[in-house]
Design a protein around this ligand. Structure first.
Ligand code: SF4
Length: 232
């Protein structure tokens, strides 16, 4: 009885999400075709309720980590849950900006399961890219990626230094994608399709497969999707 009620809560929350109108900073380095299809509300494989609950779980982890940071004098939390300055391309909220008395750091907290945590020796690329954009928009040269093992509550941290070239390339990629969305041009598949990890977890895998590997008109892909739905 309760399972159905709780599952429905999460599934409805996902179903009635507002249409996306700008990029999220967490999409830095993501497959442009996947983001395009999300903007166009293309048919997708829905997440299971248990997976959606994990997002909430992640938020609790963040609060757990912030509690000692907010009460210690060894580090100063300058701001928490801080939005990046408004601009046209992307929006996002960093977990915190910290000061050790000498330098400022943008903090980004990520939680993961024990299996992934145990083998983590360097920060994940997608997390570094996201943090790079925080550093860029906050104009802070250093960031901290703090990983939490959500099963055993272990911690690992990595310092990331601002790289303007990486940010330039990320922002230029998003600018191109914004244009493609406006002009209804579906971006090319990832060069490493379908073995890339993003393809394995992609909600738009089926739609992507019926499209052409390179750029194509959204209208043409929509027709293919519609005829597939009729067959199916
Ligand atoms: S399947 Fe791979 S290439 Fe296709 S949209 Fe998804 S992530 Fe991108």
């Amino acid at each position: 009885m309760l399972k159905e009620i709780i599952d429905k809560f999460y599934l409805d929350k996902e179903k009635f999400k507002k249409d996306q109108t700008s990029f999220y900073i967490s999409e830095a380095g993501r497959c442009p075709r996947q983001i395009f299809l999300k903007f166009k509300n293309a048919p997708r494989k829905e997440f299971e309720a248990s997976f959606l609950r994990l997002f909430d779980h992640g938020e609790h982890m963040h609060r757990l980590i912030m509690k000692p940071l907010l009460s210690t004098r060894d580090i100063h939390v300058v701001a928490s849950e801080v939005d990046i300055p408004p601009q046209e391309i992307v929006r996002g909220r960093a977990d915190a900006v910290l000061s050790d008395g000498k330098e400022l750091y943008v903090l980004d907290i990520k939680s993961m399961n024990s299996m992934v945590f145990r083998t983590l020796e360097v920060p994940k690329e997608e997390n570094v890219l996201q943090l790079q954009l925080y550093l860029h928009f906050f104009k802070i040269p250093k960031g901290l990626l703090l990983y939490v093992d959500k099963d055993r509550l272990g911690l690992k941290e990595f310092i990331v230094t601002y790289d303007p070239k990486v940010c330039e390339s990320l922002i230029s990629g998003l600018t191109i994608l914004k244009k493609q969305i406006g002009e209804n041009i579906v971006p090319t598949r990832m060069p490493t399709y379908p073995s890339n990890w993003q393809c394995r977890y992609c909600q738009y895998k089926e739609v992507c497969k019926v499209g052409e590997p390179g750029e194509m008109k959204w209208e043409k892909l929509k027709e293919k999707i519609e005829s597939l739905a009729k067959e199916g």
